[in-house]
Write a protein that binds this ligand. Structure first.
Ligand code: C2E
Ligand code: CA
Ligand code: CA
Ligand code: CA
Length: 280
């Protein structure tokens, strides 16, 4: 029989270089996207379970590419992280969100914090992040209590000592932090309690099957109890229906975010929701 080796290897190489080329062109396109204002911010409201009021919003980056159409952040954030473009993406988001939030407050809409996602890499070289925060607060005039950051549990735990120091510096600047995607990153209670944070966001993967999977329900129950013990607010992500909501309320979650109340909205939609004073 003829050996499959070389042909397979060739195919493998071809596939590899196609993938490398794709990543490279995505990188180049993203570089231009940042320059050409193809990025924008969408906002997803967060609702307090005791009052039903909107008490915060998470900013989520959107990329409308002329060639590729709408590109999901799940696809381009990893590319941005590898290529170092993540700093520019984050600085864009900080800038837009701070200015937008200030504008809404100046229009008399209820003042709520806007939470911007940061990646672990930015925490490693935090000076740039810290000065970007200072800069956007100064240029927008937004009071610092209305800007928050979200850092995923897994990036927070990768180099916990450093992350704790950065969160502390942010806190001293008046900027609060939430730990995002909580439950997926294997943190220990002893490390978690050293983080000067205000909020834990329970990952959507646990909320998804909360009403049918007793393990997920038990995990969420434990996270809520732990957060209460540490005096942290708990936000449940990915709340898609009334059953999720009722269950989470029963477990004592403080806030929810998800399609049930609202999908992430373009700026106009978020403004309207705030103007109407929509409640849960
Ligand atoms: P994330 O921070 O966990 O954001 C929540 C994601 O869940 C968003 O996806 C949101 O649209 C989606 N979501 C919200 N509610 C529901 C729901 O009820 N059901 C379901 N199935 N999904 C829901 P999105 O906007 O596609 O963002 C994906 C991820 O990309 C984010 O996950 C975040 O990790 C990252 N990302 C988004 N924007 C930024 C950014 O500006 N900077 C950085 N570093 N990462 C970002
Ligand atoms: Ca987030
Ligand atoms: Ca999350
Ligand atoms: Ca998630």
């Amino acid at each position: 029989a003829k050996s499959q080796g070389p042909a397979t290897l060739q195919m493998f190489n071809k596939e590899m270089s196609t993938r490398a080329a794709k990543t490279l062109s995505l990188q180049n396109r993203l570089r231009r996207a940042v320059e050409n204002a193809e990025l924008s911010a969408h906002y997803q409201p967060q609702v307090d379970l005791s009052t039903g009021a909107v008490i915060g919003m998470e900013a989520l980056v959107r990329w409308q590419s002329p060639e590729l159409g709408m590109v999901s952040p799940a696809d381009f954030i990893p590319v941005a992280e590898e290529s170092g473009l993540i700093d520019a993406v984050c600085e864009f988001m900080l800038d837009v969100c701070a200015h937008q939030n200030k504008e809404w407050q100046d229009q008399g809409l209820p003042a709520i914090p806007v939470a911007v996602n940061v990646s672990g890499r930015q925490f490693q070289y935090a000076r740039r992040l810290l000065s970007a925060c200072e800069r956007v607060l100064a240029t927008s005039g937004l009071d610092r209590r209305w800007l928050e950051l979200e850092l995923t549990e897994s990036s927070a735990m990768r180099d916990a000592d450093n992350a704790i120091a950065v969160v502390q510096q942010l806190k001293e600047m008046g900027i609060g932090c939430a730990i995002d995607d909580f439950g997926t990153g294997y943190s220990s209670l002893s490390v978690l309690k050293r983080f000067p944070i205000q909020k834990l966001k329970i990952d959507r993967s646990f909320v998804m099957d909360i009403t049918t999977d007793p393990n997920d329900a038990a995990i969420v129950d434990a996270i809520v109890a732990m957060a209460k013990a540490l005096k942290l607010k708990v936000v449940a992500e990915g709340v898609e229906n009334q059953e999720h909501l009722d269950f989470l309320r029963g477990l004592g979650a403080d806030q929810i975010q998800g399609y049930f109340f609202s999908r992430p909205l373009p700026a106009d939609g978020m403004r309207q929701l705030l103007a109407e004073g929509r409640k849960l």
